[in-house]
Design a protein. Structure first.
Length: 152
């Protein structure tokens, strides 16, 4: 979990640095795209770390190793995929997520993944720094909920 916390701290610091560029909205927009890619990667890493740590706590070494290898294949984790992943570990977790996660968190996750894919394919995006900052805060909320569910 240390690596995940280190990644979060670096993102937090970068968001603060970009915020100081408020006199140049065009530069902030360019950074928003960069931050989108980083936040999407952070979400992927968080899923791998959280569920991998849970597997290590709950399963034998060979089973935990298998689970962690499979988690390494998580790409483009939109909300449906996250719900499926959570439900694969525990049906109750999926149900809890479906009922407790706000529509804003769901939209943030899906928007970040979709925008990241647009960026990766060279398509224009309308993502702003302010919007990206809000998405990041909501994704951090989701990650904390998942950590609590998994007890890690």
């Amino acid at each position: 979990m240390r690596e995940l916390e280190r990644q979060r701290d670096k993102l937090d610091a970068l968001f603060k640095r970009v915020e100081r560029l408020d006199h140049d909205p065009e530069l902030q927009a360019h950074f928003a795209r960069y931050l989108c890619v980083l936040v999407s990667g952070y979400l992927e890493n968080a899923l791998e770390e959280i569920f991998g740590a849970y597997a290590e706590q709950q399963a034998s070494r060979p089973v935990a190793n298998y689970v962690k290898r499979q988690l390494g294949n998580i790409h483009n984790p939109n909300m449906d995929r996250i719900l499926d992943l959570s439900g694969a570990f525990n049906d109750t977790w999926r149900e809890e997520l479906e009922t407790t996660i706000s529509p804003e968190v769901k939209a943030a996750v899906n928007s970040v993944v979709n925008t990241r894919n647009q960026i990766a394919h060279g398509k224009p995006t309308g993502i702003s720094y302010v919007t990206m900052q809000a998405y990041y805060q909501r994704i951090k909320q989701l990650i904390e909920i998942l950590r609590t569910q998994c007890g890690v």
